[in-house]
Design a protein around this ligand. Structure first.
Ligand SMILES: O=c1[nH]cnc2c(O)c(F)c(-c3ccc(F)cc3)c(-c3ccc(F)cc3)c12
Ligand SMILES: [Mg+2]
Length: 214
């Protein structure tokens, strides 16, 4: 039976990356996506912006919405301090299965919890299920129509604190106009756009970094 793109991406990691070396996993995926098949990882260019935000925030508790194959999960987790944790939500069970294996190859299972299911259902359960108080950093990279409702849900569930950082991928391509309008005009956020390119292409895209003011 025909393999899927996530399966081929996983095989590229297992073939070209060193077990336990997260940076080699990131490199192997970027090479696969540049040389073989495009895939919707945040990629190397936007990934550097992600790295700089993670390093600046130095988060202890991270939420990622949208795991896909675990590329950004590995990128973030490789920069976290020892006791820090990342919870990553993935709606698609096939993606989650691949992501777990990519994360295992990177040797980062202890810092990462992959949770399967709809973000809208899991966000209200974060406190009771995972003992989360608030998130220091949220990386939005799932479905463009969920960015705004999930942000409002995070606010309503008391999962953001003064200074929590939201970092959103794809705010230009495919674009999240309602989310951008909200974080750029709400008095509860201070927002900043980082212009970049759609992963592995010359098309414009960017990341929006928004600080929750409480
Ligand atoms: O859905 C996504 N989630 C997270 N990150 C994404 C990402 O980083 C992307 F670059 C794209 C993208 C953008 C342009 C394009 F041509 C194809 C895919 C998508 C996406 C958008 C619309 C779809 F119908 C399917 C996938 C996503
Ligand atoms: Mg994306």
């Amino acid at each position: 039976t025909q393999s899927t793109r996530p399966q081929r991406l996983l095989h590229a990691v297992q073939k070209n990356a060193t077990r336990g070396d997260p940076r080699s996993v990131v490199k192997a995926i970027d090479n696969f996506c540049r040389q073989k098949e495009w895939a919707m990882n945040v990629g190397d260019e936007k990934g550097c912006i992600l790295d700089s935000v993670v390093s600046e925030v130095n988060p202890v508790t991270v939420l990622e919405l949208g795991t896909y194959c675990g590329y950004s999960t590995v990128r973030i987790a490789s920069l976290l301090p020892p006791r820090a944790k990342i919870i990553t939500l993935e709606f698609n069970p096939d993606y989650a299965k691949i992501a777990r294996q990519v994360i295992a190859w990177a040797g980062l299972e202890d810092k990462i919890q992959v949770v399967e299911g709809p973000s809208g259902e899991w966000i209200p359960k974060m406190k009771e299920q995972f003992g989360v108080k608030t998130f220091d950093l949220v990386f939005l990279d799932h479905w463009k129509d969920r960015y705004l409702p999930d942000t409002k849900l995070l606010e309503d569930c008391g999962l953001l604190r003064k200074g929590s950082i939201l970092l959103a991928d794809n705010v230009i391509c495919p674009g999240t106009p309602d989310y951008l309008e909200y974080v750029r005009n709400s008095p509860r956020y201070k927002s900043q756009y980082f212009k970049s390119h759609l992963e592995y292409t010359k098309a414009e895209d960017g990341l929006e970094k928004s600080v929750f003011l409480g």
